[in-house]
Design a protein around this ligand. Structure first.
Ligand code: G3P
Length: 214
């Protein structure tokens, strides 16, 4: 399974990249706004750090506007994947962009029927927002599982990108069910490395080695 960072923060991306296991980055308007500087410049810098997919989202709500923005994002780098919201206008744009070979990630997916429509429109990725469903006492990972099953049933090439990840168990469950990608905040990425028994075990090994008379 591919691991993406869900951030527009350059320091976080550089730190994760240095670990050697970062496959891509997702941003959204909220994450880019948080950085407080030119979003195009930020996305450009991310594309220079990574070889993998870098997701940048449109903010238009009509098909023509989305197409214009998507083509602009795509000009920035070969890494760009354009995030398009799961709306009727969005699906018209996805269809057109897939004909132009501009890869799209259909975002704000909260139901299996939405994912089916996105795949049929030609999306390269769909993003079920699992954490936001969990926040409403719904089962986000069940949605991811249903989408994987639907795509497998019909051989859709659309990749399932588990998004709105809140904790490492979302990542583990995504991997167990065969999701293609999980995208997560840097804090969750860091936690994937950790276990207290690893730290204790290492301390013990080093202490025992220190006692050895050489
Ligand atoms: O970037 C899309 C998604 O991962 C957002 O997550 O934490 O705002 O629900 P969140």
């Amino acid at each position: 399974m591919k691991l993406f960072l869900d951030t527009a923060n350059i320091t976080e991306i550089e730190q994760a990249q240095a670990m050697g296991v970062l496959d891509g980055v997702t941003t959204n308007p909220t994450l880019l706004a948080k950085e407080g500087r030119d979003p195009v410049q930020v996305v450009q810098e991310i594309c220079e750090i990574l070889e993998g997919p870098v997701n940048a989202e449109v903010i238009s709500t009509d098909c023509e506007g989305m197409l214009k923005e998507a083509r602009q994002w795509a000009k920035l780098s070969e890494n760009i994947v354009v995030k398009i919201p799961m709306t009727r206008e969005g699906m018209k744009a996805v269809k057109k962009l897939s004909e132009e070979e501009i890869p799209t990630n259909v975002t704000l997916v909260f139901s299996p029927s939405q994912a089916l429509i996105a795949a049929k429109a030609g999306a390269a990725y769909v993003s079920p927002f699992v954490g936001r469903l969990d926040d409403r006492s719904e089962d986000g990972m069940q949605l991811a599982a249903q989408i994987i099953q639907i795509f497998n049933n019909y051989g859709f090439g659309t990749e399932v990108l588990v998004a709105s990840v809140r904790h490492p168990m979302h990542v583990v469950e995504a991997a167990l069910m065969g999701a293609d990608i999980a995208t997560m905040p840097y804090a969750v990425f860091e936690k994937l490395f950790e276990h207290p028994l690893t730290d204790l075990g290492l301390q013990q090994f080093l202490a025992d080695w220190g006692k050895l008379k050489r």
